[in-house]
Design a protein around this ligand. Sequence first.
Ligand SMILES: [Zn+2]
Length: 278
Amino acid sequence: MGTRLAELGIPPGPPERLVLDPDGQTTLRAVHRGYVEAGAELILTDTFGGNPIRLEAHGLAERADEINRRAAEIAREAAGPEILVAGSMGPTGALMEPLGSLTPVTAAAAFERQAAALAAGGVDVLWIETMSDLEEVRAAVEGARRGAPGLPVVATLSFGARVATVMGVRPEQAARVLLELGVAAAGANCGTGTPEAEAAIEAMHRVAPDLPLIGKPNAGVPRLEGGTTVYPETPEDLGHAAGRMLDAGARIVGVCCGGSPAHVRAIADALAARTDEG
Ligand SMILES: [Zn+2]
């Protein structure tokens, strides 16, 4: 969502603010529709930064409930009844103890509040993503379950260089913890791009062969070209990567930062071709 809004010329700032005004809502509906029309079977709400702790940095914490609920409603309107709406829950942006001052209790309470508002807005699943700290993942899963007891919860981590998160978590470790937490699905998103996501899925699949895995990498590592951020991997690249992620054990595939509707279309086409082949 963040990179797509930038691509469409929306001025920088927290993407969640768009939920609060009519023009922003129109933009969000159009973005969601673009992905649905490209063949997405699941879309994410504009709430990646919608955790109240993260919204605090933008002076929006008091509107956290409204932002998350409305964002879910907007995605649902665009998705219709057939397409799944996943409530995006990104990191708080604060460091957990002992490196920082965020306690598991405070973190879980913030995720609980976000999850409850997303559920009130009608999401089908809570989608914890771009995580790098397993203690924050635990707090997010706990909060999500308390805030929305009836909904499935999935969690993905962001693996970068040497297929570890910035906090040094390896995919094998992540898979063990996520198995223990009993999430509905787990995997890799964002990070540095498709090779790391493929490697992470392979590693997670070895540890947790029965856990449904998610591969949702960025379209490569962005570079700055003449003042604009460019993601190097083409739709065709992502279509090929989707096939490789399935071979590595993924059951849900998509694209994160830099993924346009054309990337989603290429992934959908690649999957349809495989289904045709049986
Ligand atoms: Zn990303």
